[in-house]
Design a protein. Structure first.
Length: 641
């Protein structure tokens, strides 16, 4: 990193504007700033200030190598007075645009030009949406990536009601023309509106007028100061057309059908919303329920209907990246990603109409030592907050919002508090007996499983459990194995490693070892197929990897297997936690007493993901004997399913 120089000119400090970006100004100003040794460091600080997170080495390197190239080309094209925003953050935080240029069109309307910068020298095209880089990583096709940014700008800038010209291109500044040619496929609809430029296209011999044409700015003029100010005060809210489209998609999705008390809860929530809108008051609704009670189903249905209510400006928020990814994908609508966001990004938006946030998995909100919590900020900033939580799904030491804390936050900010409880169980075959059995096993007095409404048994060894999972996966069912985080997990992007190692004794007493990989971070294709971690629970190939709490929570599958690891064992009639066996970095330095409630909650979540049947196995012999006393042994595949 570059050290901060207190004598550096004030002009180098990225602006504290309402626009979420790391720097904004005229191209000529940017050229001067890039000559200063402290500029990138100040951009790092701004990156963190606007809530983008921590700058990693890859991001920093791309700034260092790509920004000077971009500026040099813009200057040669005579575009030195265009306004540029570096790392422009889309509302909702789903996307960041490398460089967004603001200009004025010939008709006087604002013009926005997206420039996506790539350091690649080429890529193999896998589909209109996906390419494989030379390092083997599969990423979004640059034309598809820019196309998604253009859709966002069309749908979100002033709610799609203001005339604006929107264009975009991808610039692979290290690639030759031959390298990018495969990416310029006229059959790819994204390539029809997004040109892909190479270093040859924009070399030093290209005339300025031709450069401006290639950069899609030949017919544009620099914006005057009033235009810039107006753009930076703009409302970034979804268009009515986008909301209607996404709402209709979610309402028509059979995954989000309401049953029993779920429907009653939704009716009550809408009554609260109507009252709050009529009175101009604030309201907080907390919906509590155990695993499979339908919290996410209600949250999604509530979101869908609220999107189609012109009185409301609504967002879905969740601390769970897996849930957000699944919902973003389910809409299949460009520009919709920013409707699904993280809780801290839902605070402080400029919106029209009443503000409403649907907060799912609220118990996973992060705790902070000082200052107002995300929950307090939400209740203060948002007129209507509807949150869904289960206190027994708190799984990390720095998480844990409880119902009493929600009630306290509502009281502090003068919001009316409403609490709804869901009693039903619509996962685990609708078996309330199984849900109660799991709670008794982990938190109360364990009892033998005698229920007939859910298929539950103890696997005799890991291969038997794997065989059972494979059987149902081959039949087309969603079958998955999940485990406690008791084995190392290296974030290798390109291959699966057999990191989960479980020794076991065969029928002859000989020690064997069962191995399997953890779920992949990113999708892997080829001879071995593995979905990205956020889609491990739902996409083909996931049954061949072991999932963890972070890929399983909030989702479900038909058939599930759970490995109890050595971090939670049964001794002397009680559960004992051994945090030293956890490889989860968030659990470091916890005592056994601190880790125990988290471990119990983790295994409760894992045990309640399947809708049809469950098999369990403990790597600890004494715990396996304890489970055997409370469960029937699973029969060998082929003799009985």
């Amino acid at each position: 990193m570059i050290a901060t120089d207190p004598t550096a000119p004030q002009a180098l400090t990225p602006p504290e504007s309402q626009v979420p970006c790391v720097w904004s100004g005229r191209v000529a100003e940017l050229a001067e700033c890039l000559q200063q040794p402290t500029f990138l460091q100040k951009c790092i600080e701004r990156y963190q200030q606007v809530g983008f997170g921590v700058v990693d080495d890859g991001e920093y390197g791309s700034w260092e190598r790509s920004w000077p190239v971009l500026v040099e080309v813009l200057l040669r094209a005579g575009l030195d007075q265009m306004q540029v925003y570096l790392e422009f953050g889309a509302a909702g935080g789903a996307q960041r645009i490398d460089a967004l240029v603001l200009a004025t069109a010939s008709d006087g309307a604002p013009a926005l030009v997206v420039i996506e910068l790539k350091q690649w020298r080429g890529a193999q095209v896998l589909s209109p949406h996906l390419v494989r880089r030379s390092d083997g990583e599969e990423v979004m096709h640059p034309a598809a990536q820019v196309s998604s940014y253009l859709a966002f700008l069309r749908h979100w800038f002033e709610a799609g009601t203001t005339a604006v010209q929107i264009r975009g291109l991808a610039f692979l500044h290290n690639a030759r023309t031959a390298d990018v040619q495969p990416l310029r496929d006229s059959r790819n609809e994204h390539c029809l509106e997004v040109p892909i430029l190479s270093k040859d296209d924009l070399d030093v011999d290209t005339p300025p007028t031709r450069l401006a044409e290639l950069l899609l700015m030949a017919d544009l003029q620099p914006p005057h100061d009033e235009r810039i100010q107006k753009f930076e005060r703009a409302r970034w809210v979804p268009s009515r057309r986008l909301l209607d489209s996404v709402g209709a998609m979610l309402e028509g999705d059979p995954s989000f059908v309401l049953i029993g008390d779920q429907q009653h809860a939704l009716v009550k929530i809408f009554n609260v919303i109507d009252t709050a809108l009529q009175e101009g008051s604030s309201a907080v609704v907390a919906v509590t329920g155990g695993p499979g009670s339908g919290k996410t189903v209600i949250a999604t249905r509530l979101l869908a209907r609220s999107m189609r209510d012109s009185r409301l400006d609504v967002r879905y928020a969740s601390p769970s990246g897996t849930l957000i990814a699944q919902l973003r994908r389910s809409t299949r609508q460009q520009g919709a990603d920013n409707l699904f966001t993280y809780p801290d990004q839902a605070v402080g938006r400029k919106t029209a109409g009443a503000r409403m946030v649907v907060l799912d998995e609220a118990q996973r909100l992060t705790r902070i030592d000082r200052g107002p919590s995300v929950l307090q900020k939400l209740v203060q900033a948002v007129s209507i907050v509807v949150l869904f939580l289960d206190e027994r799904q708190i799984i990390r030491p720095n998480e844990g919002i409880t119902l009493s804390e929600v009630e306290q936050a509502a009281a502090e900010h003068g919001a009316r508090m409403h609490v709804l409880s869901l009693a039903g169980t619509f996962r685990t075959g609708g078996s309330r007996a199984y849900a109660a059995w799991v709670d008794n096993l982990l938190y109360g007095t364990p009892t033998p499983w005698t229920g007939a409404d859910f298929d539950l048994a103890l696997a005799t060894d890991p291969p038997q459990l794997q065989e059972w999972i494979n059987h149902y996966a081959a039949a087309g069912a969603r079958a998955r194995i999940a485990a406690g985080f008791c084995w190392p997990w290296k974030r290798d992007q390109r291959k699966l490693l057999p990191e989960v190692n479980i020794p076991w004794l065969d029928q002859h007493g000989a020690e064997q070892t069962w191995t399997a990989p953890w779920n992949a971070v990113k999708a892997i294709t080829g001879d071995t197929t593995a979905p990205a971690s956020k889609y491990w629970a739902t996409d083909p190939g996931g049954h061949q990897q072991v999932g963890c709490i972070y890929t399983a929570q909030g989702l479900e599958y038909d058939y599930g297997g759970v490995f109890f690891g050595p971090d939670l064992v049964r001794r002397g009639g009680t559960w004992q936690a051994h945090p030293q066996h956890s490889h989860d970095p968030s659990m470091r330095n916890l005592t056994s007493q601190q880790y125990l409630p988290l471990a119990l909650n983790i295994y409760r979540v894992l045990l309640t993901r399947s809708t049809r049947a469950m098999r369990v196995y403990s790597t600890d012999p004494e715990t396996q004997r304890f489970l055997k006393a409370h469960l029937a042994l699973a029969k060998k595949q082929g003799s009985s399913i």
